[in-house]
Design a protein. Structure first.
Length: 218
């Protein structure tokens, strides 16, 4: 004759949840197994109701007066709580900010190496702070930094987007790139980057026309 399975109703070590005999208050506000509001009952009566349903009496709101308890399967309840906590941690995943430093007149080989680092960071879902360092006479040529950062943003547009546009800070110029997350974000970012390029091209063309007009007037 098979031996009936015994259910271990004890919570695991370090688990602060009070269930069954761990609930020491004289009365509880009871919620039934189907979610019905039974109301305030003696704790012994609540435990009896849980035993008859072959379930547990679990404290779900300890700060209430009296505490709120529910009749449920404790192991299933604990698993669901752990899954919710796991999802919450997943959504609150910390984002690291890496930094890459460039010179405005960086060699092509060095640029490719630095770009590879940026791509690696973005693929790991890290943000990247790109810093252009100006020295000496380079400080009078900020457009060199803008062009380099523009080139970099265009080269990585498949996996990242400019979160903070280039900004001059003392001798440095800084831009922050963030990883793309969703297809809709990719589509929207590419469209924005295309519009930005078209705008810059139009500005350059306008400057060229104005310069040509000035030369003709002289």
């Amino acid at each position: 004759m098979p031996v009936p399975r015994r259910f271990d109703r004890r919570p695991p070590d370090r688990d602060p949840t009070r269930i069954n005999e761990r609930i020491r208050v004289p009365q509880v506000r009871l919620i039934g197994a189907d979610g019905e509001q039974i109301g305030i009952v003696e704790t012994d009566e609540a435990r009896r109701i849980a035993r008859e349903a072959d379930l547990d009496l679990v404290e779900v709101a300890a700060d209430s007066r009296p505490p709120v308890c529910k009749v449920l399967d404790y192991s299933k309840y604990k698993y669901e709580q752990e899954q919710k906590a796991k999802q919450a941690r997943k959504h609150q995943q910390q984002v690291n900010v890496r930094e890459i430093k460039l010179r405005p007149k960086i060699a092509d080989h060095d640029y490719e190496t630095k770009k590879g680092h940026v791509e690696r960071f973005l693929n790991k879902k890290d943000k990247v702070k790109v810093t252009i360092m100006f020295r000496g006479r380079e400080q009078s040529r900020p457009e060199l930094g803008f062009r380099l950062l523009q080139k970099l943003s265009e080269d990585i547009e498949e996996i990242g987007f400019v979160e903070f546009a280039p900004k001059q800070e003392g001798r440095n110029m800084i831009m922050v790139i963030a990883p793309l997350k969703k297809k809709s974000e990719v589509k929207g970012t590419r469209s924005q980057q295309r519009r930005d390029r078209e705008r810059r091209d139009e500005e350059r063309a306008q400057e060229a026309r104005e310069s040509a007009a000035a030369d003709a007037a002289e």
